[in-house]
Design a protein around this ligand. Structure first.
Ligand code: UDX
Length: 431
């Protein structure tokens, strides 16, 4: 038996390769012809370390394939994973157009009893709408089940997260459907929770909102520590030793980005509003995050007035986090725009990520090497903590830099040794 994955974005590709790795052949469907062609040639449209080799192996072993014909894809499968995108609408709600389209295709083309598994992040109650959309296109009644199975993948470690997850959450009103899905995950050893579809969705949103809030908590606290002359990294370390708190997601910085936290926080707030409820803590976490890059830049300007005005600034790292080329909601983009408004001349470096064209059109340069980016810069700003930046020999770089000021937006560099080398170093409330 093989499974069908509809949608070949991050979640879809990872899900297909995960099942292939588990010994269950997978078919990936996407309506985007270019993506299908790329995948069938053994190339990923996303960057994920190590995943392309596995794709090539599974294509060669015929345990994975990609097709663009929805009719064939659906007619050949009894288990279908919905992994299509659910981007944000302008009011923060999740856009369900792709989910609706996929559901209607399933209704139209299914030939036998089918299990439909929603992996895309969708709001509470969408499983019922998916059932309605499927049923609305059926020409004769065929049984099907719709179950929720949210994913918890992180970019940069997506496949490892999929194959060795902390938990598998299944939301189903049918015990039989839940058991069927559990059997597909039989080889994965982790806690497996079977609950209602609504609770499964809430576990996903609540997890992301909680982690986002944890980051905003430490970021807001860093503003106070800034004024009090306290190093926030020491506070994170001290707090993180308490196992009830935990050290993870307690690193202060220029804010969280990516395709999930900002979008899922907005969608949860939208759900709360629609049910006439308020999630004031999460509202505030989102606000802290929106203002964090601006706050950090202002704080640096307070200690070093006019540093950025018409200055040449080297920006190290632009992706929303290391080990990905994803720029969605990256706080670096806010920093770049703010620096441009101060007429700074920008020299950007990122090991993987390509600078968006509109920044190029505004005169921002992307350089291939760290050294080139640093050349002639009056100040350096680190936005993403790529490992290569930990290895910069700041002694060697000194003569090529015009000014010796380093602003560390992730508290990732060794500030003490930079200061010893004669640099001025400013992190996120690190003194
Ligand atoms: C996240 C969730 O972790 C994952 O479970 C979910 O399925 C999708 O969203 P991802 O977006 O890949 O994954 O990135 P993550 O590693 O969670 O980081 C998100 C953002 O938070 C990044 O911008 C990162 O730089 C920032 N971050 C993380 C901090 O600012 N401080 C921290 O301590 C941790």
């Amino acid at each position: 038996m093989s499974i069908l994955v509809m949608g070949t974005g991050y979640v879809g590709i990872t899900t297909a390769i995960m099942f292939a790795e588990l010994g269950i052949p997978a078919t990936g469907f996407d309506s985007n012809a270019a993506k299908i062609a790329l995948l069938n040639q053994g190339h990923l449209p996303i960057y994920e370390q190590g995943m392309e080799q596995l794709l090539v192996q599974h294509l060669a072993g015929r345990t994975i394939r990609f097709i663009q014909d929805e009719q064939t894809a659906i007619q050949e499968h009894k288990v279908i994973f919905l992994c299509v995108g659910t981007p944000s609408n302008s009011d923060g709600s999740a856009n369900l157009n792709a989910i609706k389209q996929a559901s209607e295709w399933i209704g139209k083309y299914m030939r036998e009893e089918t299990l439909v598994v929603i992996k895309s992040t969708v709001p509470v109650g969408v499983d019922e709408r998916v059932s309605e959309w499927i049923a609305s296109k059926q020409t004769k009644p065929i049984n099907f089940d719709v179950v929720m199975n949210p994913e918890f993948l992180r970019e940069g470690s997506a496949l490892a997260d999929a194959l060795a997850p902390d938990r598998i959450v299944i939301g189903s009103d049918s015990e039989e459907a839940a058991q069927r899905l559990l059997s597909l995950y039989a080889k994965i050893d982790c806690p497996k929770i079977v609950t209602t579809p609504k609770a499964a969705v809430m576990i996903k949103y609540a997890s992301n909102a909680f982690l986002a809030t944890k980051i905003s908590f430490i970021n807001e606290l860093s503003r106070l520590c800034d004024g009090l002359g306290i190093d926030i990294a020491e506070i994170s370390f001290g707090m993180g030793l308490d196992p009830r708190i935990g050290a993870k997601f307690l690193r202060a910085g220029i804010g969280y980005g990516g395709s999930c936290f900002p979008k899922d926080v907005d969608a949860l707030l939208h759900t709360a509003k629609a049910s006439r409820s308020r999630l004031t803590i999460i509202e505030h976490a989102a606000k802290v995050n929106r203002t964090q890059p601006l706050y950090v830049l202002d704080a640096w300007e307070r200690v070093m007035p006019s540093t950025f005005k018409k200055a040449t600034v080297a920006v190290l790292g632009i992706s929303f986090k290391p080990h990905t080329d994803d720029l969605r909601e990256a706080p670096s983009l806010v920093i770049l725009s703010e620096l441009l408004s101060r007429q700074a001349k920008l020299r950007v470096h990122d090991p993987l990520t390509v600078l968006p064209v509109h920044f190029r059109a505004l005169g921002v340069q992307q350089l291939d090497s760290i050294e080139e980016a640093l050349m002639g810069a009056d100040a350096v700003i680190l936005c993403t903590e790529w490992p290569e930046y930990f290895d910069i020999d700041w002694f060697v770089m000194k003569p090529i830099l015009n000014g010796h000021i380093v602003f560390d937006g992730r508290n990732a560099l060794d500030g003490k040794s930079l200061i010893r080398l004669g640099y001025e170093y400013y992190g996120i409330s690190s003194h």
